[in-house]
Every structure is written in C-alpha cells, then in structure tokens.
Design a protein around this ligand. Structure first.
Ligand code: NDP
Ligand code: MG
Length: 390
C-alpha cells in the first residue's frame, strides 16, 4: 500500500486527487488530509478514506472538526504548524494543493522527510523555487509537476536531453475576458472574473486566469522547475485549452501535449509516475473538435505577463514579493475594494517599491526570509490599496 497525504484536500485539486484515490482504496493508505474552512468535507473524506489525521488550518475550528470526527478514530488537529507537522509524517506521495503561499512550508516539510511531492501549489516555486529544489535534492525527495502545463512539458521531455531544448511554450486559454474590449476590463465584476471558459477550478486561480496572473506565475514556475532561461519560455493563447504545452527542440521539432481540460490527467500522471495507468478522463475526438486556434498574448491587455518577466529578471526573492502583492490585491478585488485592472497596478507598485534598493530581494532564500518578505509585501500592498481607496 502506498502511503499518501493530501494537503488542501477540500479544494478543487484535492477533491480531484481524492476522486482518483477513492477508485482504488486498497492501493492507498491515507496518512493526512488537510483543509481550512470546509470542515464537513474534510471530516467526510477523512472518515471515508480512514485517514490517520485530519487537520484544519483554522485553530478556532478544531472543536468542530473533533465533533465531526467523533467515533471515527481519525485524529484531529488545527493550525498552520499542525499542517506542517502532518505534511512531515512519513508518506510515499504527498499532494501539495493548498492555495497560496501557505502551501510553501508544508511542501518543504514533506520534501524534508523524502516524500515525492506532487506540486499543484505553484506559489511554492514562485516564492522559493531554489529552496524547494535544493531541499528536494538534499533529502532525496522528488518533485513532480501537477500544473497542467508543467505536467505536459514534463511528459514531452521524457527520454529527452535538456540540452536539446530550445524553447518551452505554455498555453493560456485567455480566461474569462479574452475577447472583451479592453475598455470594459476596468469594470469587470467578481462574478464575471470567477467563471472560467474551460476549466473548473478554485475561485482564486480562476480570477488569476482572467487577469493572466496565473500564466505569469506559470512562467516563473517553468523557469524554476525546468531550469530554462526566461527568453526560452513563451506564452501562447489557445482558447480551446486542448494543447497544454509544447517543447521545441533544437532540430525544430515541437512536441505538444494534447488532452481534455481535466486536472485528473496531470494529477494521475504524478500519482502513477513513472508508469501510466488508466485514468477516467475523456478521450478526445479531434475530428469532431475540427480545429484548434492560437494567437499571441497581448501584454497591454495582460500586464501580469510583463511583470513576471521583470520578476524573473530581478531574481532573488522578487517572486515572493510578486506573489504576496498579487495575493493581497486579489483579496482586495474579491472584497470589492479594487477594480479588476487595479490588481496589476498594485503588484507593479509593490514590486517597484521593494526592488529598489534590492535589500529585500537579495536576502538569502530561507523559509524565514521568504516569510519576512511575504509579510512586508502584503503590508506594502495593503498600504497602496488604502491609499488608492482614500
Ligand atoms: P481551492 O481554493 O479549490 O482549494 C484550496 C485548498 O487550500 C482547500 O483545501 C482550502 O481549504 C485550503 N486552504 C485555503 N487556505 C489555506 C490556508 N491558509 N492554509 C492551509 N490550507 C488552506 O484551490 P485549487 O484546488 O483550485 O488550487 C490549489 C493549488 O493548486 C493552487 O496553488 C492553484 O494555483 C494550483 N492549481 C490548481 C488548478 C486547478 O485546476 N484548480 C490547476 C493548476 C494548479 P478549505 O477549502 O477547507 O477552506
Ligand atoms: Mg496551469
């Protein structure tokens, strides 16, 4: 039996992971499941999968979780420290699917005990890519990508030599506002931004898809995960979301990964890697689909892409600043304090403020320093938001 833990079990990726695991209950021994506010789901899954421990991020919900688990034999715990401890319990495979920078410390804890970490939490690589990679190396742990584009690239690279890679192309659906007139973007509402044309995902990543902050983070994720230069990474708008990424080789060949927009493919690939097993995803009928389309991304429409390139250029802890500012601006948009276009403007302000002089972003990349910079960037973003509002 493989020992598995799922961090962020109650979310969109977590539930898709549970869907796969629950199909073969005899193959898996579930160690830890973690969540935050959705206690009913967490307790239901912990009971069903007979987990050793269930953890909520919210300390004030511990009693609710205990009550919901009463008589099940599943241990209950709460708080971010408890999540990191659960992540550090011996397991063969750990899914990192917490949303936001909160996923970094638990992911590192899992790597430190040598688990294979299936990484959906792209923020870990954006904030602290080198720290994630060096921790995996030091502890003989393995990182496997779960983001669909990065899983696609990873699969296109099987058996290939990285020295033969010329470029990596990650595709973007263009999100909810791909075809909107530019002048309407400023008035886009939360409801409009929370609906994705192709993928069914958590609310935050769905809004990040509309603003292209998701793709911006994926640019940085690609650089960190595959160790390529920023100039080697391209974004291509592909409205149908069937081709997830392409790898271009020095002989001119492009290897494309094609599949339906269903995260269970990338999750299942990471779960069964290095083998391939049957997965419950739709088989594409390309004749019926008929055609696929592509266009270049417009950086005026999506300033997040330009900001990601600046972050890669700056290096150091600029990614942690970028992510924290983006998370705070996104909170502001969700709370109705900010317009849609204000998010990128705020991230740019915070990046400018915290990158010159470079003191903050040149600090050593440790978990403590990432947390400090994250905190400062959130404070700065909050200050900018209040200033704009006032
Ligand atoms: P969701 O919002 O659906 O789920 C987030 C999960 O994290 C939930 O289990 C939530 O608990 C938990 N959580 C929220 N806040 C905290 C916190 N402070 N501490 C600990 N746990 C917390 O997100 P998604 O599943 O959509 O995304 C998860 C990650 O995967 C993100 O990094 C995203 O970018 C990435 N990703 C997602 C894809 C998708 O298809 N959804 C595709 C590619 C990448 P609760 O719900 O109980 O409050
Ligand atoms: Mg993706």
């Amino acid at each position: 039996m493989r020992r598995v833990s799922i961090l962020g079990a109650t979310g969109s990726i977590g539930q898709n992971t549970i869907d796969l695991i629950a199909r073969a209950p005899d193959a898996y021994d579930v160690v830890a499941l973690t969540g935050a506010g959705n206690i009913a789901q967490l307790a239901e899954d912990a009971r069903r999968l007979n987990a050793d421990v269930a953890v909520t991020a919210h300390s004030h919900l511990l009693e609710d979780l205990r009550t919901a688990l009463d008589g099940s034999g599943v241990e209950a715990a709460a708080g971010s420290q408890a999540i990191a401890e659960a992540a550090a319990r011996p397991a063969d495979w750990v899914m990192s699917a917490i949303v936001g920078a909160a996923g970094l410390a638990p992911g590192l804890a899992a790597l430190q005990q040598g688990s294979t970490l299936a990484l959906a939490n792209k923020e870990s690589l954006v904030c602290a890519g080198q720290l994630m990679l060096s921790t995996a190396k030091a502890h003989g742990a393995r990182l496997l990508p779960v983001d669909s584009e990065h899983s696609a690239v990873f699969q296109a690279l099987v058996g290939e030599d990285m020295a033969a890679v010329e470029r990596i192309i990650i595709t973007a659906s263009g999100g909810a506002f791909r075809d909107w007139p530019m002048e309407d973007l400023a008035n886009a509402t939360l409801d409009q931004a929370s609906s994705h044309p192709n993928w069914d995902m958590g609310q935050r990543i769905t809004i990040d898809s509309a603003s292209m902050f998701n793709k911006a983070m994926e640019l940085i994720e690609t650089r960190e995960f595959f160790g390529v230069e920023p100039e080697q990474i391209e974004v291509l708008v592909h409205p149908e979301s069937m081709i997830h990424a392409m790898v271009g080789f020095r002989d001119g060949a492009l290897m494309a990964h094609v599949g339906p927009p269903d995260m269970r493919h990338a999750i299942g690939y990471a779960l069964h890697w290095p083998t391939r097993r049957d997965l419950p995803v739709a088989r594409l009928d390309l004749a019926e689909i008929g055609q696929l389309s592509f266009r270049a991304p417009c950086e005026t429409r999506w300033p997040a892409l330009r900001l990601a390139r600046e972050v890669m250029q700056a290096g150091g802890l600029a990614g942690a600043v970028f992510n924290a500012a983006k998370e705070t601006a996104l909170d502001g948009f969700i709370a109705g304090q900010l317009g849609f276009n204000d998010m990128a403007a705020i991230v740019e302000d915070v990046l400018t403020k915290m990158s010159a002089p470079r003191g903050h972003i040149d600090a050593t990349m440790s978990l403590d320093n990432v947390a400090k910079v994250d905190h400062l960037a959130r404070q700065e973003a909050t200050r900018v938001i209040h200033k704009r509002a006032g």
